[in-house]
Write a protein that binds this ligand. Structure first.
Ligand code: 13P
Length: 249
């Protein structure tokens, strides 16, 4: 069976100034001379979305935001709407990242509402799920991730373009990764939960792995069954590192 094209998405988190666009220019040049075998996306901070969209215009790189508000507009100081991201050139948006679930108390219900707002604005969400170390050590990783999938994906997501990202909280920025068997186990559970909630129509929707993906472990992680790509933090900030991951897909 032909494998679906993988999605390698970089999450720049709160990193990057105008000068960082040099990395994006280098990435575009490298992908022009040797096209990627996968989809490539970059999710910069909001301040860079529009400039990065301009820098990557004409390249296959897709641009995304890192979060959006569920409401369309209004008195929400400091927040950004899905339509604003779209207007700035984004086509994707990361939602429910553990740094938002933990730092801002975002619930599954809120993530689901944000996903609906993303669709309404024409953005494809990347919905993040993942267990803490405490939950994994208690043997609850699959149960936690399954319940996050069931409650964070609105029913209206069926038939739309989206992705789920499995990011174990303890693997983010730590250099630690689950074993390949653990990644496969959770990804299979995510797929089963997605099918249970949304039906077989989502059988080809990518499930990304995220958490300390680097050039030297990307190829083996990306070869795990049900891993449809990667959500990359630190290693997406420098073109050579991100390229090393892209070339492994
Ligand atoms: P790192 O790749 O830096 O571990 O971050 C992963 C992540 O949180 C991507 O969203």
């Amino acid at each position: 069976m032909k494998q679906p094209v993988k999605l390698i998405a970089g999450n720049w988190k709160m990193n990057g100034l105008g000068a960082s666009l040099a990395e994006v220019e280098a990435l575009c040049a490298a992908l022009q001379s040797q096209p990627a075998a996968c989809r490539v996306a970059l999710c910069p901070p909001s301040t860079l979305v529009e400039r990065m969209a301009r820098t990557t215009a004409g390249s296959p790189i897709e641009i995304g935001g890192q979060d959006c508000r569920a409401e369309t507009h209004g008195a929400f100081t400091g927040d950004i709407s899905a339509a604003m991201l779209k207007d700035a050139g984004a086509i994707l948006v990361i939602l429910g990242h553990s740094e938002r679930r933990q730092g801002y108390g975002e619930s599954d219900l809120l993530v689901s509402a944000k996903a609906e707002a993303a669709f309404a604005a024409g953005l494809a969400p990347i919905v993040c799920v993942g267990e803490t170390l405490e939950q994994r050590e208690a043997g609850r990783a699959v149960e936690i991730v399954r319940s996050q999938v069931m409650a964070s994906l609105p029913l209206a997501i069926a038939g739309r373009a989206f992705a789920v990202a499995y990011e174990p909280v303890w693997a983010i920025g730590t250099g630690l990764t689950p074993t390949l068997e653990q990644i496969e186990e959770v990804h299979r559970a995510v797929r089963a939960a997605m099918i249970e909630r949304l039906g077989l129509g989502i059988a080809a929707t990518p499930i990304l792995y995220g958490g300390s993906v680097k050039p030297d472990n990307a190829a083996e992680i990306l070869a795990v069954p049900e891993v449809g790509g990667a959500l990359v933090g630190g290693a997406s900030l420098k073109a050579p590192d991100f390229l090393g991951i892209i070339r492994g897909a």
